[in-house]
Design a protein around this ligand. Sequence first.
Ligand code: PEP
Ligand code: MG
Length: 563
Amino acid sequence: MTTSVVLRGSGVSPGAGYGPVHVLVGAIPEPAPGSRYDGEAAAERKRAADALERVADDLEARGAKAGGAAQDVLGAQAMMARDPGLEVGVAELIDEGIAAPRAVFEAFGRYRELLAAAGGYLAERVADLDDIRDRTIALLTGLPMPGVPESAAEPYVLVAKDLAPADTALLNKDLVAAFVTEEGGPTSHTAILARAMGVPAIVGCAGATSLPQGIWALVDGTSGSVRLSPERADVDSLLGAAAAREAVLAASMGPGVTLDGHAVPLLANVGGPRDLESALAQGAEGVGLFRTEFLFLDRAEAPTEEEQEAAYRAVFDAFPGGRVVVRTLDAGADKPLAFLPPSGEEPNPALGERGLRLFRKYPEMMGSQLRALARAAAGTRAQAYVMAPMVATVEEASWFVSACHDAGLPNAGIMIEIPSAALRAHHLATAVDFFSIGTNDLTQYALAADRQVSGVAELQDPWHPAVLDLIALTATGAATTGKSCGVCGEAAADPTLACVLVGLGVTSLSMGSPALPWVRAALSRHTLTQCRTAATAARTALSAATAKSAARNELPGLADLGL
Ligand code: PEP
Ligand code: MG
C-alpha cells in the first residue's frame, strides 16, 4: 500500500468499496435576513416557483420509484410543495425586494408556525415542511441537496454523521459503494442496515464529515480504514481480495450444519417484504427476526390492520414450511414513532418506555398487530412465531404469551435483551414457548454502553466474556425446559462468534442476509466439539479481544475464509 491519507473507524460490514465521497448534508444554513436580489421581480418569482415545482416533481418521482407506503408519504409532501398559498406567500415577499431564498425561508416560517399551532397530525407535518424548504433553498443557492443522492454516475461512498432508518428507506443499494459514519457503534442501526444491504461500512470514523465532496475513497469494511485518493494498484488489490473471498462464499449453500452434522438453522433478519429477495438468494432457511417497526417508521399514523396483514403474509409466504419469527413493535429509544410517544421526557431513552413497555401502553396498537399477525398466519404454510422485545420480568413474559395465545398465535416467545432476563432465564423459560437473544441490546445493557454513542463503541462488543456468560445462562435455561434458544442480534453475523454461540448451546442463528454464506461456511468447517472448546476458551478470557483470539485459535477452518 502507498501512503495516501487514511481515516480509521470500526469496520462493521465486511468487504471493500471505492467511489467518490458524498457527505450527507445536515441542516441548510438560514439565508441572511434582509438579503435582496438584483433584477426583475418577475424573474425572481419565477426562479422561486420553478424551484418549488422541481422539488415537488423530485419528491413524486422518488415516491413512484419506492412504491408502497413511501409513495403515499412523498406524494403528500409533493402536494405540500405545490400549495398555492405558499407560492403566493413567497411571491409577496419577493415583491417587497427580498431575495428568493430568504423569501422561501420566511414564507415557510409563517406556514410552519400555523401548522405547529394546529397541533396533532398537522403539527407532525412540520418536519416535512422543513424538508421542502431546505430542498428549495438548496436549489436556489446551489448548495448540495439534503438527503441521499437519487442518481449518480458511479456508486458513491455515503458519508454522514449517523444514518437513521428514515434517511436510508429510499436508498438505492446499487448506487452505494460503502457507508462511513462519524458516530454509531457496531450495533447501531447504520451497522445493521449496512450488513442487511451487503454494503461495506465503517462507523465511529472521526473527521469523515469534513471530507471534501467528491474526493475518491477506498473503504475497507473489514479493517475499518478509509484511504483517500488511493493509487490504482491499492484499489485493485483490495477489491480483488474482496472478490476472491466472495467466490469462496458463493460455493456455500444448503442448511446450516457443523462439520459433524449438528444442525443449526440459519435464518434471516428482515425489515419487511423488500428484504425477502436477498434472504432467499442467500439460502435463508426462514426468518429469525422480522423487525415489524420498519413498516411503521417514517409515517404519521400506524399502517392499517389490512396493510399489516399483507406485509406479514408476504413474509410468511416466502418460507412455506419454514420458521418465521415476527417481533412485535419495538418502538422507542433509537426507533421513535411519532404516533407512539413515551409518557414524558426521557433523559435516558434506552432505559425508558420502549419495546414491550411501550406496546402495553397502547392496547389498540397491540390488538391490531396481533390480529393482523393471526390472520396472516392462519392462511400460510410457514411456522409462525411471535416474540416481544425488551422483556425484563416473568410477569411481562407471561402477560405477552397469554395475549398471543388469546389472539390465536400459539408460538409466543420473548427476546432476551436485558440482563435480568438472561440471569433468570430458567424461570422465564417456563413461561414462554421460545427465546431469541438480542445481543445488540444485551451488550448495551450488560456493559452500560449506549449503542448510539460512538464514544463507548469499544465497550459495545458482544465478545465480552460477561455477555458470553449471559448467553450461556440463557441457552442453559432454555435447554433445561426443552425450549429453543436462537440469537438474532448482530453477534450471529460474525462467523467466528457464530461458532462460539453454537458452542454455548444456541440452537439457531439469525442475521442480515449477506452474512449467511460466511456463517454457513464457518460452521461447516468445524465440529460441535470444536465450537464448544472455542466457547469455553472465550469465556475463560479476561477481555473481548482476548476472548476472540482464544476462540479463533480453536477454530482453524476460519483461515481459508480470510478471517
Ligand atoms: C438486538 O437488540 O440484538 C436486536 C436484535 O434488536 P434491535 O437491534 O432491533 O434492537
Ligand atoms: Mg433490541
